[in-house]
Structure formats: structure tokens, C-alpha cells
Design a protein around this ligand. Structure first.
Ligand SMILES: Nc1ncnc2c1ncn2[C@@H]1O[C@H](COP(=O)(O)OP(=O)(O)OP(=O)(O)O)[C@@H](O)[C@H]1O
Length: 269
């Protein structure tokens, strides 16, 4: 590992998010479509939990419950020990689709949330400068989104989300539309920023390698309502290097996750 000399604290033992027996059904004509049922999962302060599962297994639904955009039909969803009853500034979402405003520069986009909450100009400018540097967009602060690559726009989204100093970042397949190399660079950057800032994250992805690289744990959702198929501890160092992806342990775990999803039955969770 090239960065092995760094000391990275373990995720704390306390939970930021707690889902307990969460179920979610949507109205479907005269009946109901049951998507989630009996989901129990804690996301500890400072850790990244990835959500994997077949298409339609309810990954985005669970993320939307964490964000406060949806209320579970059954069970409880808590953030910092309190029932989630709507969106809150300490939980921000990053989507797959571009969320940059085309008429604002990178710096103005990053400043958006700070302006909305009335942060004064000096603090705002300092925070924006720090965030654009953090995501490696220092040279592009004055550029408009149309002048940026897809990967740069995604970094702008991340900087905007992080600028308001949330406790948690909720990622909905954020890198899915990017090419392989860009995606890998952003995974590395996301992981580094998360560790450096002690960020808590729930991260939805379809990509098994991405889940194992960015996650401290991986929760696999069942297709058809029911408890998690599996909850896997990722056994690699917290401060990991992309070279971990080529190790036999990584590939073996990747295969195991793939089998859980393909067969829709998991291991011990
Ligand atoms: N607001 C809603 N009203 C009705 N049905 C919904 C609503 N939101 C989600 N669903 C349904 O719930 C199911 C799960 O959707 P969800 O997007 O959570 O799954 P997912 O695992 O994230 O899927 P994918 O991997 O394809 O993005 C889908 O069948 C979807 O149509």
C-alpha cells in the first residue's frame, strides 16, 4: 500500500443511522407493492456502508428513507438517535445525474448551500476555496459546468455537498455514468476524503468492486421483501490503495457478493 504510513482512525462504535425492522410499501392500484421488509442496519459514525442488490431490491428506497424523502411504512429509521422525519442539513445526497447549476461557476455552485443558510461572505469564500481544492478543482473554480468533464462535474457535486459540513453523505450511484478510469479516481478520492473528514456514508451502487473498494461494510438487499441477504465486513485496510482490487481476497469476496445477488440468498449476516 503506497499510503500505509498514514494513521487512520477506526470508525466509531456509535451509530449515526439506525434502521430497525424497516419496511416500505407503495400503493399499487387497489393493493400495495412491498419493496422492503425487516431491514435492520446501523451505519456507524465515520464509516461507509455500501448498499448492493438486484435492480428493484429497494436500494434507492432505503437511501431515500435515510434522506428523509420517504417515511417507512413499518419499523423505525433514526439519525443520531432521533426519528428521521424529513430532509436535514446534516444528511446530504449526491445523485447519479448532474446536479450542478449550468449558469453558475464551480465556485458559485459550491457556495450555493452556504449562501442558502446565510453563511457570511468571508467564511463562505474560505470554505469554497477549501472545498474546490479538496476535490482537485482549484484550477477550475471559475469555469462553468459545460466547460468541465463529467468527472469534474461530479467532483463539483461532491464539493457542494461537503461544503455544508454534513455528518453524512448519501450517495445514489454517483459514479455510475463515468468511464472506468474516472470512476476509479473518484472512488479513491471519495475514500480519502471520507477518512480524512470522518464522514459517515451510505453508498448505493451496482458495482461489486466499487462496493468493496469504497465500503467498510457491504449490505446486500434481497429482491423481494425480507431481511438483508448479507452484511459483509470489508477486511481490507481502511486506508486502502486501488491495488487491493487485484488481490485474490478481493476477487474472492467479489465473487461471493455476486453469488448472493445472483441466487438471491446470502451468507450469515
Ligand atoms: N415512489 C414510488 N412509488 C411507487 N413505487 C416506487 C416508488 N419508489 C420506488 N418504487 C418501486 O420500488 C422498487 C424499488 O425501487 P428502488 O429504486 O428503490 O430499487 P433499486 O434497488 O434502487 O433499483 P435500481 O438498482 O434499478 O436503481 C421499484 O419497483 C420501484 O418501481
Amino acid at each position: 500500500m503506497s499510503t500505509a504510513a498514514r494513521t487512520v482512525p477506526a470508525a466509531r462504535d456509535t451509530s449515526y443511522l439506525s434502521f430497525s425492522e424497516v419496511g416500505m410499501s407503495f400503493p399499487d392500484g387497489n393493493s400495495a407493492k412491498h419493496i422492503l421488509s425487516g431491514i435492520t442496519l446501523d451505519v456507524r459514525h465515520g464509516e461507509t456502508v455500501c448498499l448492493l442488490g438486484a435492480s428493484g431490491s429497494g436500494k434507492s428506497t432505503l437511501l431515500n428513507i435515510a434522506a428523509g424523502f420517504l417515511t417507512p411504512t413499518t419499523g423505525t429509521a433514526l439519525a443520531e438517535g432521533r426519528a428521521i422525519d424529513g430532509p436535514a442539513a446534516d444528511r446530504v445526497m449526491v445523485f447519479q445525474e448532474d446536479a450542478t447549476f449550468p449558469w453558475y461557476t464551480v465556485a458559485q455552485n459550491v457556495a450555493y448551500g452556504l449562501r442558502a443558510r446565510g453563511t457570511d461572505r468571508r467564511d463562505r469564500e474560505a470554505r469554497v476555496a477549501e472545498m474546490v481544492e479538496l476535490v482537485g478543482l482549484g484550477d477550475a473554480a471559475g469555469s462553468y459546468p459545460r466547460q468541465l468533464s463529467g468527472g469534474m462535474r461530479k467532483r463539483c457535486d461532491m464539493a457542494r455537498a461537503l461544503a455544508v459540513e454534513p455528518e453524512a453523505i448519501l450517495m445514489d450511484e454517483p459514479f455510475a455514468a463515468l468511464d472506468v478510469m474516472t470512476k476509479e479516481r473518484l472512488q479513491v478520492q471519495f475514500r480519502r476524503i471520507g477518512l480524512d473528514r470522518g464522514l459517515t456514508s451510505l453508498f448505493v451502487t451496482h458495482d461489486l468492486e466499487e462496493a468493496l473498494f469504497v465500503g467498510d461494510r457491504v449490505a446486500v438487499l434481497r429482491k423481494g421483501p425480507g431481511p438483508l441477504l448479507a452484511l459483509v465486513d470489508v477486511p481490507f485496510p481502511r486506508d486502502r490503495d486501488v491495488s487491493v482490487k487485484t488481490t485474490p481476497e478481493f476477487q474472492q469476496l467479489r465473487r461471493r457478493l455476486g453469488e448472493y445477488i445472483a441466487n438471491n440468498h446470502g451468507g450469515p449476516s
